[in-house]
Design a protein around this ligand. Structure first.
Ligand code: ZN
Length: 380
């Protein structure tokens, strides 16, 4: 495998990915050059993790650290009379989909000699990165919202990372992390494109688990959009490998109270538009300022999908309905269920189609909040 190339869409510069970098000298974000593609024969079938697709990952060597991430279950459940495939990313090592991106990003950074790292996160990515850093002995500091669910903060602290709770908005947390870039490497899952290199394996898995077929629709709870971009990159590579002829429609699901992509989608623009962010129980996808706005919107348009903004009052019923199907997920993940109800009701999705709903995070991440939300076990 040769060294991957970073490309900056803002100024057009390219860089070899041979040292720890998180953005361009011009301040723009990096994207990775297109990958080599994946063919069925490339799959290391005995490997029950995302490393079964190692042949298609832009890494130089086998991973130095893995906790068995990936190859999560895809289970069929009835949702309003339709048979829906639920992808249980909640069953990752740290309980959220983030491990897919983290594992690949951390292994890349290790290959190019990274030292101490820091990160900002609403909670799940922080827990994921802190856990992988601990597993390989990298010092790690994580900036989180002071109001993040306690279980997520505990998870980060238990790994031995330095937890820095920041009062204010999610953007205030990011600003704190940006301010620390001189002290350690900013291993931001939202900026560093090797995170998306990891999330692309979601596309490979869905294709393989559906019998080497693509679904018609994929619904993804979306904050920064790393799963949407990973799916787009993964399906690009399957196309390149001549393994697929059709592409699924991608639906980015947001909490209406904090929906940057929905705001841009509604006015038909390719760039960020200011919007009023209000609090939401879906803390994991409450992203006031995504990094790759144009890329995410382009991926949705190209797939002929859409953005679905879920009103706050529809999230708790979705948590409960999923729970009764044996799917215990955090409110951010349950937005996929609420969106499914909407898209089935208005006919955008029909029961004869193959539809996947990605459940991004475990209910154990926010059990106290779920008790409050559903008014159960004295939750208030
Ligand atoms: Zn640039």
């Amino acid at each position: 495998m040769t060294i991957a190339t970073y490309h900056c869409p803002a100024c057009g510069h390219s860089y070899a990915a041979d040292r720890p970098l998180w953005r361009c000298d011009c301040g723009g974000h990096f994207n990775l050059a297109p990958g080599r593609g994946l063919r069925r024969d490339d799959i290391a079938s005995p490997e029950a993790s995302l490393w079964r697709y190692a042949a298609a990952l832009a890494l130089l060597r086998p991973p130095r650290v893995s906790l068995g991430e990936g190859w999560t279950p895809l289970v069929l459940r009835d949702w309003q009379g339709a048979q829906i495939h639920f992808k249980l990313e909640s069953q990752m090592p740290t309980g959220s989909f983030k491990d897919r991106g983290t594992a690949v990003m951390i292994n890349h950074l290790l290959e190019v000699g990274v030292g101490p790292i820091h990160e900002d996160s609403s909670g799940n990515a922080g827990a994921s990165i802190a856990t992988y850093a601990a597993a390989v002995g990298l010092p790690c500091r994580v900036y989180v919202p002071a109001a993040a669910p306690r279980a997520k903060l505990v998870q980060i602290a238990v790994s031995g990372a330095d937890v820095r709770p920041i009062p204010g908005t999610r953007q205030d947390v990011t600003e704190a992390a940006l301010g620390a870039t001189g002290e350690s490497f900013y291993a931001s899952h939202n900026w560093q494109p090797f995170f998306i290199e990891g999330t692309k394996t979601l596309a490979f898995e869905l294709w393989e688990q559906l019998g080497f077929r693509v679904p018609d629709n994929i619904l993804v709870p979306t904050g920064y959009g790393s799963n949407i971009l990973g799916l787009e990159r993964g399906f690009d590579e399957l196309e390149k490998g001549a393994e697929i002829a059709a592409r699924p429609r991608l639906f980015a699901v947001q909490a209406a109270n904090c929906a940057a992509f929905a705001a841009a989608w509604a006015v038909g623009t390719e760039t960020f538009v200011p919007f009023a962010a209000r609090p939401t129980v879906a803390d994991g996808i409450a992203t006031p300022k995504p990094v790759r706005v144009a890329e995410v919107l382009a991926a949705l348009r190209r797939s002929q999908g859409a953005v679905v903004a879920v009103p706050e009052e529809e999230i708790a019923p979705a948590v409960a309905a999923l729970g009764r199907l044996g799917l215990f997920v955090e409110p951010s993940a349950a937005t996929a269920g609420a969106a499914l109800t909407r898209l089935l009701s208005d006919g955008t999705i029909t029961p004869d189609q193959t539809t996947v709903a990605v459940l991004t995070g475990s209910g154990l991440k926010a059990a106290d909040r779920i008790a409050t939300l559903l008014g159960i076990l004295g939750g208030k």
